[in-house]
Design a protein around this ligand. Structure first.
Ligand code: SAH
Length: 220
C-alpha cells in the first residue's frame, strides 16, 4: 500500500470513530504527509493511530489525539495561531493548511535540534506561513501577539499566564493541564476580557518545560 492510500485509510478511520468531523480539518489531514515527519525507522507506522518517538526523548502525538485538539481549537481561515512544542512540525503543518495563505502559524520549540529539523522539513514541503521560533514557549511570543488561537502540545502544571495574556479577544487556547503522569485537556476562551476554562478528556503528553511550566529539577 502506498503512502497516499495509507493516509486515506487513517483519515477514514478518524472520521468513522468521530475524532474528525470538520471539512477543513479533514482536508488538512488528507494533505499533510505524516510519514515525512517521523524518523525513518518508524515510517512504516506513520499512519497508525499511535504516538511515535521523534528523538531527544520527545514524541509526536497519536493522530486521534491531534484530531481531538484541532477540532476543539476551532481555528478558522486567516487566523494567527501560536503553537507551543513544534516537535516534528507535523501539527504546525496541519495548522498551516487550516489557516491558509492569509493566516500565520508561529510555533515555538525549546530544543534547538528539533526546531532546526522541523523548519527544514516545513520548508522542503512548501509551508510558507509557518515561523519556527527557538525558545521557552511558556512565555509565549509577545512580539507577534495577540493570537486568535493558541495550542500547547506539551503537558503543563497550570495555564501559563503569558499565554492567557497573549490570547486575543474571542480567542481560544487548547492545553493539557495536570500532573506529569496524566493531564486533562483544557479549553480556554477569552470573552470580554474574561477567561473561561472547560475541561475535556484525559490525555498524556511530554512535559512543558520552562519558566511557567515544569522546572527541569521537578522532572526527576
Ligand atoms: N506538536 C509536535 C509534538 C510535540 S512533543 C508534533 O507535531 O510533532 C512536545 C514538544 O514540546 C517537544 O518537542 C518539547 O521539546 C517541546 N517543549 C517542551 N517544553 C517547551 C517549551 N517551554 N517551549 C517550547 N517547546 C517546548
Amino acid at each position: 500500500m502506498g503512502w497516499n492510500e495509507k493516509r486515506r485509510k487513517m483519515v477514514d478511520y478518524l472520521v468513522k470513530l468521530g475524532y474528525l468531523s470538520s471539512p477543513e480539518i479533514i482536508k488538512a489531514f488528507e494533505r499533510v504527509p505524516r510519514h515525512e515527519f517521523v524518523p525513518k525507522e518508524y515510517r512504516k507506522m506513520a499512519y497508525d493511530d499511535t504516538p511515535l518517538p521523534i528523538g531527544l526523548g520527545q514524541t509526536i502525538s497519536a493522530p486521534s489525539m491531534i484530531a481531538t485538539m484541532l477540532e476543539e481549537l476551532q481555528a478558522r481561515r486567516g487566523d494567527k495561531i501560536l503553537e507551543i512544542g513544534t516537535g516534528s512540525g507535523y501539527n504546525a503543518a496541519l495548522l498551516s493548511e487550516i489557516t491558509g495563505e492569509g493566516g500565520m502559524v508561529y510555533t515555538i520549540e525549546r530544543i534547538e535540534e528539533l526546531a532546526i529539523e522541523a523548519e527544514r522539513r516545513l520548508r522542503k514541503l512548501g509551508y510558507e506561513n509557518v515561523e519556527v521560533v527557538i525558545g521557552d514557549g511558556t512565555k509565549g511570543y509577545e512580539k507577534c501577539s495577540p493570537y486568535d488561537r493558541i495550542i500547547v502540545t506539551a503537558a503543563s502544571p497550570r495555564i501559563p499566564k503569558p499565554l492567557m495574556e497573549q490570547l486575543a479577544e474571542k480567542g481560544r487556547m487548547v492545553i493539557p493541564v495536570g500532573s506529569l503522569e496524566y493531564q486533562i485537556l483544557n479549553i480556554v476562551d477569552k470573552f470580554k476580557g474574561e477567561i473561561r476554562v472547560y475541561e475535556k478528556g484525559a490525555c498524556v503528553f511530554v512535559p512543558l518545560i520552562g519558566e511557567h511550566g515544569w522546572k527541569e529539577a521537578q522532572l526527576v
